[in-house]
Design a protein around this ligand. Structure first.
Ligand SMILES: NC(=O)c1ccc[n+]([C@@H]2O[C@H](COP(=O)([O-])OP(=O)(O)OC[C@H]3O[C@@H](n4cnc5c(N)ncnc54)[C@H](OP(=O)(O)O)[C@@H]3O)[C@@H](O)[C@H]2O)c1
Length: 267
């Protein structure tokens, strides 16, 4: 069997633009066949045609609104049952950056539905199949705002904090198996998400924005290195270890069964 045939199919959500479109390109270059998911079918068709022509891989598209329950379920059924799928990149995401009081209910719901519900459901759908085959890779795209919150990012950060906690739990679940789960936490990266969020990139400090190609290439390099958590723009890798260690220590310190002394609770 050729190497290409053994790689199988990579599913990339949010492949019509931004990081997902670049993931699709890089995975096609590696020899994966692709299943590309997003709402804008015309864009997916363009991406698919160019990847077929350039890399000679099979590319299917699936037009779906991952914020809509019926569409999400349609995608979930595919990832749960197609035995060719070996990699799922849960990349689709959406952001409104504004104080909660200036965020509509629809905008909030969209973030919850796409960033949390869809990512969780598709992870939930694909993992049993990966575990049964003892093979497969799940990549969940979070954000550095998953462990830091700005006054305009309460909802977005909350959704990305879910991605961090959920994906770290999944990593423990697949420990000792042939299944890999990578958590990718990009910082500001040049994509349409900023304009869509209401905060154009021109508002960001100079030198803080990564090229989208660099972000995906670093994330894939992290995957190749076997990193469970990849922070494409963070040089000091020890900071992550300190953060994870502090969380574990804080949890450990909470397993105490009685109020802390400073609260002076006596009865
Ligand atoms: N760019 C950054 O600075 C940055 C930083 C940290 C994390 N991230 C994360 O990286 C991921 C990719 O974001 P990006 O920057 O590449 O954003 P983007 O350029 O806006 O692309 C978002 C992608 O998600 C798809 N999408 C959005 N809502 C969808 C829905 N309801 N159903 C199906 N697909 C949907 C979009 O496709 P359609 O519109 O065609 O549906 C598009 O392909 C997101 O999870 C984001 O939170 C980005």
């Amino acid at each position: 069997m050729s190497e290409q045939a053994t790689l199988g199919t990579a599913v990339v959500t949010g492949a019509s633009a931004g990081l997902g479109k670049i993931y699709a390109d890089r995975l096609a270059r590696r020899g994966y066949d692709l299943l590309l998911v997003a709402r804008r079918g015309d864009r997916l068709d363009e991406v698919a045609a160019s990847l077929r022509a350039e890399h000679g891989v099979k590319v299917q598209t699936l037009v779906a609104d991952l914020g809509a329950a019926a569409d999400l379920e349609r995608v979930a059924q595919v990832v749960a049952t197609d035995p060719a799928i070996t990699l799922l990149v849960n990349n689709a995401g959406t952001s409104t950056l504004a104080p909660v009081a200036q965020t509509s209910n629809a905008q909030m719901q969209q973030m919850l539905d796409v960033n949390i519900v869809a990512l969780a459901r598709l992870s939930h759908a694909v993992l049993p199949a990966f575990k049964a085959r003892n093979r497969g890779t799940l990549v969940n795209i979070g954000s550095v705002l998953g462990f830091h919150t700005l006054p305009i990012s309460s909802i977005y950060s909350g959704t990305k904090a879910f991605v961090v906690a959920f994906t770290r739990g999944l990593q423990d679940e697949v420990g000792g198996t042939g299944v890999k789960v990578q958590l990718v936490l990009p910082a500001a990266t040049a994509t349409d998400i900023w304009e869509l969020s209401g905060v154009p990139m021109s508002n960001l400090a100079e030198g803080t924005i990564m090229a989208a190609e660099h972000c995906v290439d670093a994330a894939l390099a992290g995957l190749d290195l076997g990193e469970p958590i990849t922070l494409p723009s963070v040089n000091d890798a020890a900071l992550l270890a300190t953060f994870v260690d502090a969380g574990a220590k804080l949890f450990g310190a909470s397993q105490n069964g009685k109020p802390a002394a400073r609260y002076s609770v006596t009865s």
